[in-house]
Structures are given as C-alpha cells and as structure tokens.
Design a protein around this ligand. Structure first.
Ligand SMILES: C[S@@+](CC[C@H](N)C(=O)[O-])C[C@H]1O[C@@H](n2cnc3c(N)ncnc32)[C@H](O)[C@@H]1O
Length: 339
C-alpha cells in the first residue's frame, strides 16, 4: 500500500482537509455508519478491523485512534496503560514485539498499532488524540527520532486558535522523515488575551463564538433546523448560517456564554456543555445549567464540516461520527505543515 493512509478514518474529518490539499487518502474504518457516510461523500475506504491488521508501507500516515479509554467523556480505563504505552512506543525494538492484548483497555492495543504504522510511513505522519495521550505521542516522537526521522513535533493544539468555533484541545504529533517541519501557526486567539494586551503582534483574529458560527449572534432566539438552507459551503469559506428564524428558548445562563465564546468540545451527544471544569468523580453533572442542545447539522457546523456532508445512520450514529471527528479546518492546518 502506498499513497496516504488514514487509520480510524471515521466520517472523514482528515480526508476532507486532505482533499483540499490535493492529497487523496484511503481511509481504514470499521463502523458501518461511518463507512456509509464515507461512501456517500466519495471518500476511498477499506473496511477492516485494525486490531491485528499488519502495518503496510505508505507515503504519509494520518491517524486518530479511538479515544474513549482516555477521554474525559469516556471510561478513562486506558489511563492505567499510559506508562506501558510510553515504554513500548519509545523503543522501536520493543514496539515490534509487544503483544496487542493484555492491556487494561483494548483500545490501547490500537495505539500500539498506530505507532507501528507510523514507522512504516515513507515520508510523514500526523496523529491526533485527546490531550491525556500527549505523553505517548512524546514517547513515539522519541522512538521515531531514534529511527532516524528528522522532525517529530508533539504538542496540544486548541482548535479555536485555528478558527474553529470550539475550544477542542487535542494532542498532536507531526513527524517528517527527511524535512524539518514546524507546527501550524495559530490564526485566531482568545479575545480576552487581546483585550488584556497579552499578545505580541496584532495579526490574529478573535476566536469565533458559537453564536457567530451558527448565525445566532445579535438575535433573540436560535434558528430552527430548516433555517440551514440548501447550499454547501466549504469548511474554509463558510458564510455560516442565515440569521432569520423563530426562537428556541435558551436560558440566560446559556446565552451568556454562547454569545461570547466558542463552543466547548463537541462530544458524541446533542448536548454542548457550558465552559468550566466539573468534578465528575465528585458527583458534579457533566451537563449542568447552561447546557445547550443542538441538532446534528449544528454540531457538524461547530466541527467545521461542510453543510452538505452526507451523514448516514441513525441520529445517535450521526452524533457519534460528528463527536469523534477532527475538525476539518484544524486538520487542514496540520496537514499543511507536512506538505
Ligand atoms: C476518534 S475516531 C476518528 C475519527 C476520524 N478521524 C474523523 O475525523 O472522522 C476513531 C474511529 O476509529 C474507528 N475504530 C474503532 N476501532 C476500530 C478498529 N478496531 N478498526 C478500525 N477502526 C476502528 C471508530 O469507528 C471511529 O470512527
């Protein structure tokens, strides 16, 4: 297999961005609804279970392995595997022999698989996961450098800093075998930082608020589903949404944050939680007062998918695909770094 491969390709967040950059990845995916969406969007796809699927050579490798085991929204059982994952992926010899099973959470074996595929890439690798996985990406970067790769950058990027109307933070690895590459430069910033004069240089735009993104700004109410129109905008030139439409009742608590800041992380769920840390282990609700309910197309817009992306499956399956995806606009900036 040569060309570019997208492991755990989902509904195509990376692939839409890749297509804009004249990269044509083949996605590997298991979930039937995500595969149906990919077919409807004409994204090349291999249906396969990556557990035990032998790594193949590629020109470039993209991967967003599943994250429930490490995510604040999931069971977090994979956190107990982080130390062993670090030791495994930091050492190319150990990586080749470490069993895929015997992990606290089975998805940890998929991170090991991802690391093996990375070593088989001929030119470059871009990986994405929840922030808790950053130490594993750092260890893999060490392993790639040991194997002679020129660049292996890791860090946590905030999607809002790239114009995505959502403060989604993700651990990223960007590696190139032969070239020096830099992480993508932010295009946007927290307007609070602008006001308080924290910025060096005034070229950055303010974060896009959730209300601006959905055409809710300056309005009393929120638009209904049929306000979205039929046009299909790209994720980079979005004119966002029409602003006419009847009101949906929104609490004052929700209105105050929705108007002023990007959405919080879109999960596999119709609820968008208000900002702020919540101690879930201590019994605090994940979706307290100030939570907003959205339709799938609104969640997809907050993830910067084009309005015409042909989501398939049940409503639940659509929210799952949307919440799992990398925002195409963020993917565009990351892939731009290795082109
Ligand atoms: C975090 S999501 C990646 C989403 C994708 N990057 C996007 O932008 O839409 C992880 C994906 O891995 C898929 N997956 C989970 N286990 C898998 C396996 N064993 N083999 C192949 N795909 C798997 C899930 O169905 C899900 O779509």
């Amino acid at each position: 297999m040569t060309g570019v491969v997208d492991l755990f390709a989902g509904a195509g967040g990376w692939d839409l961005a890749a297509r804009e950059l004249d990269i044509d990845p083949v996605g590997i995916e298991l979930d039937a609804a995500a595969i149906a969406t990919r077919h409807a969007a004409q994204l090349p796809t291999i249906r396969a279970d990556l557990h035990g699927y032998p790594p193949r050579p590629s020109d470039g490798l993209i991967a967003s392995p599943p994250c429930p085991a490490f995510s604040a929204a999931g069971n977090r059982e994979g956190l107990a595997d982080i130390g062993r994952l670090q030791r495994t992926v930091a050492d190319p010899a150990r990586l080749a022999t470490e069993p895929d099973d015997g992990w606290n959470d089975s998805t940890s074996g998929l991170i090991v698989q991802t690391a093996r595929w990375a070593h088989h890439a001929d030119q470059w690798v871009t990986l994405e996961q929840v922030p808790a996985v950053l130490p594993v990406w750092q260890a893999l970067a060490h392993g790639l450098k040991q194997a002679g790769w020129r660049t292996a950058w890791t860090g946590v990027l905030n999607a809002a800093d790239y114009g995505v109307p959502q403060t989604r933070r993700r651990a990223i690895l960007i590696a190139h075998r032969t070239r020096r590459v830099e992480p993508p430069e932010p295009t946007h910033t927290n307007p609070t930082a602008i006001k308080s004069g924290d910025l060096f240089g005034g070229d950055l735009l303010p974060w896009v608020s959730m209300a601006d993104a959905l055409g809710w700004a300056g309005r009393v109410g929120f638009p209904r589903r049929d306000d979205r129109g039929d046009s299909c905008d790209g994720y980079r030139e979005r004119d966002w949404f029409p602003t006419a439409g009847p009101a949906q009742t929104v609490t004052e608590k929700a209105r105050s944050w929705v108007l002023n800041r990007p959405a919080t992380t879109i999960q596999c769920d119709p609820r968008v939680a208000p900002p702020g840390h919540r101690d879930r282990a201590g019994g605090e609700r994940q979706f307290p007062d100030g939570t907003i309910r959205v339709e799938p197309w609104e969640a997809a817009a907050l993830q910067t998918f084009p309005t015409c992306h042909p989501w398939q499956g049940t409503r639940t399956a659509q929210f799952r695909q949307i919440g799992n995806a990398i925002p195409p606009l963020l993917a565009h900036h990351i892939l731009g770094a290795v082109q």
